[in-house]
Write a protein that binds this ligand. Structure first.
Ligand code: Z5A
Length: 244
């Protein structure tokens, strides 16, 4: 599925986690019972790309398909994560160094994986998450220039190498996204960065999508909301029926 060492093919991961769920399921009876692991979908993109808009429509679609769904976000999603979010987005924290920013993102992520994502997937629920580790590679790696191998080390430690089954990348020219996002009130600590920062973020996202075409679906976010939703729905189709 991807060429990174330490991250096995999707079906191997499914098998591994199905075993974990089996072991954790108190209702398990007999060796033939096996709980199907849920699917993990993430949404990524630059500022104003339309993730929130897409989330609402995609959530409704998946629920209509009978999927038991958990929706969450990063940074955030847990009481600890939401407290971290308030700190990392606070414009008053303008002196925050790139390393502290990265570690805070992973602190939120470590808690979210253990408190929310893994229990949900193990229980057979699907998880729809607004941003995940790819955002750290894009913003802290691409945007801030933190070395990729440091992020990879944290990823392995904080998430145990958890990768989404599908990542929808909403790709949009920086100027278009910033124009969309303008007028929402006071910019947060990251939104005040210069265009060049967001150009590096976009380039890093696109490079990750190109490196892992099986996991990523790159969606032209300049299309209408209905067209973006249709592309996202099309991208989820292969998740149905696998490991059923
Ligand atoms: N961050 C990080 O640095 N490292 C990490 O590891 C993680 C995150 C996990 C918070 O993320 C910040 O955290 C973010 C990255 C950083 N910083 N920035 N910048 P966030 O996801 O909560 O915040 P955001 O990226 O700023 O999201 P956003 O600006 O709210 O964008 P959005 O949700 O993608 O857009 P939207 O609200 O759906 O749409 C924006 C506007 O465009 C709105 O008026 C819509 O009506 C309109 N829109 C939406 N879709 C369309 C289409 N298709 N056509 C036309 N208009 C549209």
């Amino acid at each position: 599925m991807n060429g990174d060492p330490g991250h096995g093919p999707a079906m191997l991961r499914v098998a591994h986690h199905a075993k974990a769920a089996h072991e954790l399921n108190p209702n398990h009876v007999g060796t033939m019972t096996r709980l199907s692991r849920g699917k993990f979908i993430t949404l990524e993109g630059g500022e104003g790309a339309g993730k929130s808009t897409l989330l609402a429509g995609l959530q409704q679609y998946l629920v209509d398909q009978g999927v038991s769904l958990v929706q969450t976000r990063e940074p955030g999603g847990t009481p600890l994560g939401e407290a971290v979010r308030a700190i990392v987005l606070d414009p008053a924290q303008r002196g925050m160094c790139a390393e502290a920013e990265l570690l805070l993102m992973f602190a939120s992520r470590a808690q979210l994986v253990r408190e929310c994502i893994e229990p949900a997937l193990a229980a057979g629920k699907w998880v729809l998450c607004d941003r995940f580790t790819d955002a750290s590679y894009a913003y802290q790696g691409g945007g801030r220039g933190v070395a990729v191998d440091r992020i990879a080390t944290l990823e392995q430690w904080a998430t145990d190498g958890l990768r989404p089954d599908l990542t929808l990348l909403l790709d949009l020219p920086v100027a278009t996204g910033r124009a969309r996002a303008a007028g929402r009130g006071e910019a947060d600590r990251i939104e005040v960065e210069a265009d060049a920062f967001f150009e590096r973020v976009r380039a890093a996202y696109r490079a990750r999508a190109a490196a892992e075409p099986e996991r990523f679906r790159l969606i032209d976010a300049s299309l209408s909301p209905a067209q973006v939703l249709a592309a996202a729905i099309d991208a989820t189709s292969h998740l149905f029926g696998v490991n059923a």
